[in-house]
Design a protein around this ligand. Structure first.
Ligand code: AG3
Length: 274
């Protein structure tokens, strides 16, 4: 018998793929969690019915959300990830030798435990000496720590359930205060096809708090529409002014120095959103 997983991406559209095995399911304190074996993308992490990451395309998302901010900041030593319990962003961050410490601030410990057990390809860096896991609410964490980080990366789920507050203006204000005086941050901000109001609101909130606000795009095959946005707020460094000839060589499959600025070149319909 064939089994098919369906994510209802919009009320009128589904994304479906054949699954060969249900590896693990749990109802955690915060959400429904599933790890599935898919034929097309390999193992897949699903939270509340939404695809979070798959072995085949996780590099697209994790490299884009990590290397663009880390190569925009000239010397990122202390970095925090809000959300991102699978550990993929931490793995990418630790490819940067100058990073002394990367904190994973995740509300749902069970996401970390399941990823460590079933997705070692993604979670492998969580046991690194430079990584530290903190189980708490990201909003509480950034509000309680001031002037602490060079870079903050918000790797959240969609703006429903536990992640709603991570798309609000007072959270971005707390992120501003949690960053050092030349710090910068990036958040994943959903699909320019389906989430235009959200992207516009987030961009304008960030622009009213940070001197520099920039939107960039990447392609992530398993996310709604495939086209995905990331929004950066920066106190000092502009990603468009990076000297790309100075970008250090690291092992990547998506990110490269030529892309660094090109990612910020937006299609006309996306320019119009913001
Ligand atoms: N976080 C963003 C996932 C958003 C996907 N949305 C959806 N499938 N509807 C991914 C976490 C990976 N570390």
């Amino acid at each position: 018998m064939e089994l098919w997983f369906i994510e209802q991406q919009t009320p009128d559209l589904g994304f479906t793929c054949k699954i060969t095995k249900t590896i693990y399911t749990a109802k955690t304190k915060y959400q429904d969690l599933a790890i599935l074996e898919t034929k097309q993308f390999g193992k897949m992490l699903v939270l509340d019915g939404a695809v979070q990451t798959t072995i085949a395309d996780e590099f697209c998302y994790h490299e884009l959300i990590a290397h663009v901010p880390l190569f925009t900041h000239p010397n990122p030593k202390k970095v925090a990830v809000i959300g991102g319990g699978d550990g993929g962003v931490i793995r990418e961050i630790l490819k940067h030798e100058e990073v002394e410490k990367a904190y994973l601030v995740e509300i749902d410990e069970e996401v970390i435990e399941a990823s460590k057990k079933y997705l070692p390809e993604i979670s492998c860096a969580l046991d690194d000496k430079r990584a530290e896991v903190i189980i708490t609410d990201g909003i509480k964490f950034v509000s309680e720590n001031k002037n602490m980080f060079d870079v903050i990366i918000v790797d959240s789920t969609d703006p429903v359930g536990p992640a709603v507050g991570l798309f609000e203006s007072n959270f971005y204000q707390a992120v501003y205060e949690c960053l050092k005086e030349d710090g910068l941050f990036v958040a994943q901000t959903e699909s320019p096809f389906y989430d235009q109001d959200l992207i516009r609101n987030v961009f304008h909130s960030i622009k009213s708090i940070f001197p520099i606000a920039r939107l960039y795009l990447g392609f992530i095959p398993t996310y709604p529409s495939g086209l995905w946005s990331f929004t950066m707020g920066s106190k000092k460094y502009d990603p468009l002014e990076v000297d790309i000839s100075k970008i250090k060589k690291i092992d990547t499959k998506y990110y490269n120095p030529e892309l660094h600025k090109a990612l910020f070149a937006l299609p006309t319909f996306v320019q119009k959103i913001i």
